[in-house]
Design a protein. Structure first.
Length: 369
């Protein structure tokens, strides 16, 4: 990879001429990494929303101040080839920057509501009339499912409504919509539903009781916006406020929406593959069971054949003994004929019918159930 050394002045000119997103596409460095370098070298950076506000030429504001840092230059690595796994980030950055440059798209969250969306009007009416929660979640007002999914302390309610109003209008400007469905709020993008919500974090506090200890959850002032679609993503205040991350949120939702069909097709193919594999395993299992049953039947037939032949050998030996002893009596002959008939009944190769044994199982030599 090719390296480039930038002086403080060159770095100053760079960050005021291009957005961090554009710079991160050219150099192997993240937004956060570039920001840290600027702080280290005492290089001022544009405030959040600067590129949204300034759609025309963006010359540096002011002059580069002197630095107390001993370092006066930085080495950046030029991105000559997209590394593995960065394509998703590049796609997000490209779409985000395109949105920020779109003069028809208002991504600036105002300080007051102007011509609020009807969902915002309804949310304002219902949430301002609702009492502050005194249940396990303390100090918040929250939707009951009949309005926008918002759960924040009263001090952050107006901020949530301003953000959601700007979000809804931006989505509509991009050809999308927001609806309340089955007590949840969804952004509709290309027919796909992405669940959205604006919430406030909670901190757990122990409340000592007389005989036991209870816990309560109190709003801690940290707000975040959440989308749920193939997993969960959240944005909150950090180096940028949540309002300044609106373009990133919109871009991520559009990317997720486009991935829906691809992932759905992949899941369908995987399910079909698993079903086919399961079906093959079932068929194989059935074949094995049937094969074992045939083996058992063979062994039972062989055992019956041996028993039938043992009976015949016994009858023959008994007859030979009677002959040697002077002859076979009529009574003995009847008994020998009966025994030979039973051997033929038992023999799997003959299975002679026997009226008295028609309810008897030849394998178990017991009455059938």
């Amino acid at each position: 990879m090719e390296n480039v050394i930038l002086t403080r002045q060159q770095l100053f000119d760079l960050v005021w001429s291009q957005s961090f997103l554009t710079i991160s596409k050219r150099y192997v460095i993240s937004d956060a990494g570039l920001y840290k370098i600027c702080v280290k070298l005492d290089v001022p950076v544009p405030r959040g929303g600067h590129w949204t506000k300034r759609l025309a030429d963006r010359p540096p504001l002011g002059k580069l101040p002197p630095s107390l840092s001993s370092e006066q230059a930085v080495t950046l690595v030029i991105r000559t080839k997209s590394p593995e796994g960065v394509s998703g980030t590049m796609q997000l950055n490209n779409l985000r920057e395109m949105m920020e440059r779109d003069p028809k798209l208002n991504l600036l969250v105002p300080h007051q509501l102007k011509a609020p969306h009807k969902l915002i009007e309804e949310a304002m009416r219902l949430l301002t009339e609702k009492p502050v929660s005194d249940g396990q979640l303390k100090g918040v007002v929250m939707s009951d499912g009949n309005t926008l999914d918002v759960c924040v302390s009263p001090t952050n309610l107006f901020r949530a409504l301003l953000f959601m109003d700007t979000m809804i209008k931006a989505l509509q400007a991009r050809g999308h919509n927001v609806v309340i469905k089955k007590k949840h709020t969804y952004a509709l993008l290309d027919g796909h539903e992405i669940k959205i919500s604006f919430r406030e974090k909670f901190k757990e506090m122990i409340v000592p009781e007389t005989t036991w200890t209870n816990t309560e959850c109190h709003a801690n002032g940290i707000v975040f916006f959440r989308i749920e679609h193939f997993g969960r993503r959240e944005w909150r205040d950090g180096e940028q406020t949540i309002e300044e991350q609106l373009s990133a949120i919109l871009a991520q939702m559009e990317i997720d929406s486009k991935l829906f069909d691809t992932r759905e097709a992949a899941e369908k193919a995987l399910n079909e593959k698993n079903e086919s594999k399961f079906r093959i395993q079932q068929e194989e299992s059935i074949r094995r069971v049937r094969e074992l049953a045939k083996v058992n039947a063979l062994m039972q037939d062989a055992a019956r054949w041996r028993q039938a032949n043992e009976i015949r050998e016994y009858v023959k030996a008994k007859e030979q003994k009677a002959v040697a002893m002077g002859g076979v009596s009529e009574e003995l002959q009847t008994s020998l004929d009966w025994a030979r008939a039973k051997a033929d009944w038992l023999d799997p190769l003959i299975e002679k019918e026997d009226e008295l044994l028609k309810e008897v199982d030849r394998e178990t030599v017991a009455f059938k159930r």
